[in-house]
Design a protein around this ligand. Structure first.
Ligand code: ARG
Length: 566
């Protein structure tokens, strides 16, 4: 693909001695309206150097450049030089690249040789996998896809919450009131019941809390009964989570959760002591973070047991040693901002120069219309229910609108689940939002199904032709404004992917697919495609094929399928 911006920089840097290639690149802008051209170069800055009015400088430069093959027009408007690309060269360069690269269009090798860890989802064992988990799960998975697409070697880690005092509580509850068969018949809801009962009983009898702490300590010390119960709870929970991951088509490279680090803790504590950053405080050990404007971090409790934060420190060190990461990304809610700031600072204080390669990617909270979600109070919406309902609703729509569709069930899954995921990834991740069944099941407007439908529409056009739109295409014929607008959007895809990675923001891709689908539908409504004029038909179909491919690639990055028919 021709990088026109780069070509402009080449042209200008040879004509303007005072500016080098990089400086020119930085100065090039995109005009606010496409009628004004494709790129603009402001000459204000040059006025001082040349002691001349910027518009005159612009004129001189345009004259010096003269005629070029790549641009059909160079125009001085005020202090700007506006560049309009040669439409045929542009169309050919973009469309051929897409149709040649196929599923790889937009990918890159900028990440080659670099390991990026993306930690996401990380639910707590024995707790329901609810709508609050969907964000970390789909945002994280998408970030993982995006980095992989850019050539990074990614490692998707699920840092399961499979350790901590809550396991002491569960063990106590199970030993007091639990029944293995009952739990196995319906694991998470039954474990949840036990967990809730523990809290009710502990309010009446605080001794239960001591007992729970004791059982967790037993677990840490490798007690046989505690370990066996813990393992069993972990297994049945993971089976449940995996069902949801399968529905979403999400895979992990590692399930090394909190428990994985239990035997790595002593060495980490030793390192911290060597660095002199651990302080005794009423029998516990802390790191004082006051000089950095943060509350102290509790590292070990009075009884010597470790905490969530201790495990995060151990995990980061292990990951650096094991994966030698270039970036270690954590997709975790913004409620944990302080937690991440604290432990990353501690890594820094321990003298590790890679501390700030650990990146917390926060996102806003999901609440319910009736208030914040509360596992203890049983106020939860299960993620699996949401996905199932979306699939059910899609089935109804399909039987009504396209009863003859092949593979109805498969398409219903792709569209129903795609709708939920797409919705989740359409807003800036940092925004809080209130979950609503109506909105989640509303497929109108700028939704996943809309984009998927556009893809299916393009696929159907391509099925209907006998012409080979990959050969002898006359790109000159693509000259309508709507066609050019579409090609411009297609051209933006590779940089959009890079932008999404830089900002760890999948919604940039989601928005992009909407822009592309809208521009395509405008073109589709305004211009006939399967026209009798074969040359024209071929050129338009080449464009259609490029749009279809790019929508598919974009959707793949956010984890949404692109069915051929729907
Ligand atoms: N299990 C935690 C929770 O559900 C999230 C873990 C986040 N990751 C981490 N490395 N601390 O709140």
């Amino acid at each position: 693909m021709i990088d026109f911006k780069n070509e402009i920089a080449k042209l200008l840097s040879t004509k303007i001695e005072q500016l080098d290639h990089e400086e020119v690149l930085d100065m090039i802008e995109i005009p606010p309206k496409s009628e004004m051209g494709d790129f603009a170069f402001p000459c204000f800055k040059l006025a001082k150097v040349f002691r001349k009015a910027p518009n005159l400088i612009a004129q001189d430069i345009v004259e010096a450049i003269g005629k070029t093959e790549l641009f059909e027009k160079l125009e001085v408007v005020g202090a700007y030089i506006n560049f309009t690309v040669n439409k045929e060269v542009f169309a050919k360069s973009v469309i051929e690249e897409i149709n040649k690269k196929g599923d790889k269009f937009g990918s890159s090798n900028i990440g080659e040789g670099k390991n990026v860890i993306v930690e996401f989802s990380s639910p707590n064992i024995a707790k329901p996998f609810h709508i609050g988990h969907i964000r970390t799960t789909v945002i994280g998975s998408s970030i993982n896809n995006i980095y992989k697409f850019l050539g990074y070697n990614t490692i998707a880690i699920n840092h399961l919450g499979d350790y901590g005092t809550q396991f002491g509580k569960l063990i106590v509850a199970f030993r007091s009131w639990g029944d293995r068969e009952v739990v196995e018949s319906n694991p998470i809801p039954e474990l949840l019941k036990l967990y809730i009962k523990f809290h009710e009983e502990a309010e009446k009898d605080p001794k239960l809390d001591d007992e729970a702490r004791m059982w967790f300590k037993k677990l840490e010390d490798g007690d046989e009964e505690a370990t066996e119960l813990w393992q069993w709870i972990r297994d049945v929970s993971l089976k449940e989570f995996n069902r949801v991951y399968d529905m979403l088509g999400i895979k992990f490279d590692s399930f090394a959760g909190e428990s994985f680090y239990s035997d790595k803790m002593p060495r980490v504590l030793e390192l911290m002591r060597e660095k002199g950053i651990l302080k005794k405080s009423q029998g516990a050990e802390i790191v004082d973070l006051e000089p950095y404007g943060m509350p102290p971090a509790l590292i070990t409790k009075k009884d010597g047991s470790t905490l969530y934060i201790t495990r995060d420190i151990a995990a980061a060190i292990y990951r650096k040693e094991h994966y030698d990461f270039y970036k270690n990304i954590y997709v975790v809610g913004s409620q944990q901002n302080l937690h991440f700031k604290q432990w990353i600072k501690i890594i820094d204080l321990m003298g590790f120069d890679w501390a700030y390669d650990c990146v917390h990617v926060p996102f806003g909270m999901v609440s319910l219309e009736e208030g914040t979600m509360s596992t203890r109070k049983g106020r939860v919406v299960f993620l699996e229910d949401v996905l199932n309902k979306a699939v059910e609703k899609t089935k109804e729509i399909i039987s009504e609108k396209s009863p003859d569709l092949e593979d109805k069930d498969k398409v219903a899954k792709e569209v129903g689940i795609g709708a939920v995921v797409f919705q989740e990834l359409s807003n800036n991740r940092i925004k809080d939002y209130v979950f609503s069944w109506d909105r989640t099941l509303d497929f109108q407007g700028e939704s996943g199904p809309y984009v998927q439908y556009t893809h299916a529409r393009a696929s159907s056009l391509l099925r209907k032709t006998k012409l080979n739109y990959n050969e002898d295409v006359d790109y000159k014929l693509l000259k309508e404004k709507e066609e050019m607008d579409l090609i411009r959007i297609l051209n933006r895809f590779p940089e959009t992917v890079i932008d999404a990675a830089r900002k760890n923001e999948p919604s940039i891709i989601t928005r992009y697919t909407i822009d592309l689908a809208q521009a395509f539908n405008k073109f589709y409504h305004d211009y006939p495609i399967l026209v009798d004029d074969e040359k024209l038909q071929k050129s338009r179909l080449a464009l259609v094929a490029a749009v279809k491919q790019t929508i598919k690639n974009g959707l793949a990055l956010i984890g949404v399928a692109a069915p051929e028919r729907m």
